[in-house]
Design a protein. Structure first.
Length: 247
């Protein structure tokens, strides 16, 4: 389901493109190169940069609420750093825009604001760091990942499997249910009978390290799908004839 916080991703990209673009155009023009095209493009890039910063800030506040409730303990420092760096970038960008505008000459050609180059470099560095921090928040900690995304099915599928194993359901039967689209959903990629679909066939069984190599840092971290869970699934996979030997 779409929700509002992904607008932050959309909005930041305007700033991410426009800020370095402005910096490049500004330095090119100061170096006396690029001609009228660069002179004409520079104010547009600056306008887009300021608009991008404003849009990033406004949409960032939507995600900020989620960071408060989704980053546990010390991890919240990441959110704080991202927040204050965002404010700093916005202030520097507005200062740069103000200085650029003030030093504009009537002919609009030869103006050389003093602090804009320094601010431009600072803001570009800030944007890179900000993107890294935002990436950590999203991709490592899942801030703004609505309803847990695909990982939610891993959690419910694993807990169903744990209950089945704890209540004495035979391994093969519990593993088969876990493999299905209603369980951990392996079947959605590997095929209902593990015959291979978008993902390789698993019929005949696979080793735990192969499973971990592919899925540990993705859908099935070992904190959610345990070695025993895999063993149950593998017990079922072993009952299936490997591809090419089905007769
Ligand atoms: C979203 C799709 C998807 C789901 C769901 C999925 N897999 Fe996979 N899996 C893949 C893909 C793609 C590969 C091949 C990746 C590669 O080899 O780099 C793979 C590879 C594997 C491998 C290694 C195969 C080999 O021959 O080395 C194992 C084992 C495996 N998956 C087990 C599972 C199990 C068990 C589940 C369910 C708990 C599961 N997978 C769910 C996509 C999926």
């Amino acid at each position: 389901m779409p929700h509002l916080s992904e607008l932050h991703g959309a909005a930041t990209h305007l700033a991410v493109v426009a800020i370095p673009l402005f910096a490049i155009l500004h330095f090119v023009r100061r170096a006396g190169r690029g001609g009228a095209a660069v002179v004409g493009a520079e104010p547009w890039a600056l306008g887009a940069a300021v608009l991008g910063v404003a849009a990033s800030g406004a949409t960032g506040l939507l995600v900020w609420g989620q960071a408060q409730t989704e980053l546990r303990g010390q991890h919240f420092r990441l959110g704080n750093a991202h927040f204050w760096l965002g404010i700093a970038i916005a202030v520097l960008a507005v200062l740069a825009a103000g200085d650029w505008w003030r030093s504009r000459r009537a002919d609009g050609v030869d103006h050389r604001p003093v602090i804009v180059p320094i601010l431009a470099v600072l803001v570009v560095v800030g944007v890179v760091v900000q993107g890294y921090l935002g990436g950590r928040m999203t991709y490592e900690h899942g801030v703004g990942v609505y309803d847990g995304g695909q990982l939610a099915q891993s959690a419910t599928g694993a807990s169903r499997l744990h209950v089945a194993l704890a209540t004495g359901t035979p391994m093969v039967q519990a593993g088969k249910a876990a493999f299905s689209a209603q369980g951990l959903g392996c079947a959605r990629c590997h095929g209902d009978l593990a015959q291979g679909l978008r993902a390789p066939p698993l019929a005949g069984g696979r080793e735990l390290p192969d499973f971990r190599r592919v899925h540990q840092h993705g859908l099935f971290p070992s904190s959610v799908v345990t070695d025993r869970d895999f063993a149950a699934i593998d017990a079922w996979l072993k009952t299936l004839a490997p591809a090419g030997r089905r007769d």
